[in-house]
Design a protein around this ligand. Sequence first.
Ligand code: PGA
Length: 230
Amino acid sequence: MNQYIIANWKANQNRQQTYEFIRQFLALTATSPLPQDLQLVVCPPAVFYLEFVGKSLPLAAGLQDISVFAGGAYTGELTAQNLTGIEPAFVIVGHSERRREFGETNELIVRKCEQVWSLGATPIVCFDEPEAASLSQLLQVHAGKSMILAYEPVSAISTSGSAGNLDPQALNQQLVGFRQLFPGMPIIYGGSVKPENAGSYAGICDGLLVGSASLKAESFVGIARNFAHQ
Ligand code: PGA
């Protein structure tokens, strides 16, 4: 099974910083290629998505979030209709910031997954432990569809918690239950991942979802290399 290192830029970065990331990423990977079984994905703000397309970068571009509506009179939304022909490979849904700031529920998040599947893309479905059981039930009717589960303890996220990154052994224990809830699905971990701790998750989960440390190409590539080489 593929492993994933996914950058969630959230609402950070401007155009210049996006160009600079791409320039540095290309320089860092030109002479020393990334491992083949590691899929790197950058999910920038939607307005910068197309900057990543057609540049022969060794990564896929994804999006953060999608409207629950398929298209039409919904001012400000980004819909599956808008994304037809853009073809993002991945879309992050259900992030704890959206649950907290915008009141998103598992029901709504699964409807957003349906929009992502309608594009032929893979949803990256974020959850914390309290949401896991109900999310698993709601996803049962969609068994067999492509998805990546991202376990993100809110307390471990650098901008919302103070606990720091989850201890890899604690993650290992949590994953025993999550693998029963989400059989056969890749499960990645997110929360204060940095180059210094990325290697400690290798062999435990199927990849990493990275916020703050993904904003600079050097630390994002460092995380990928350290996860792969442990
Ligand atoms: P962090 O964010 O890596 O800055 O903790 C992770 C996330 O919220 O997806």
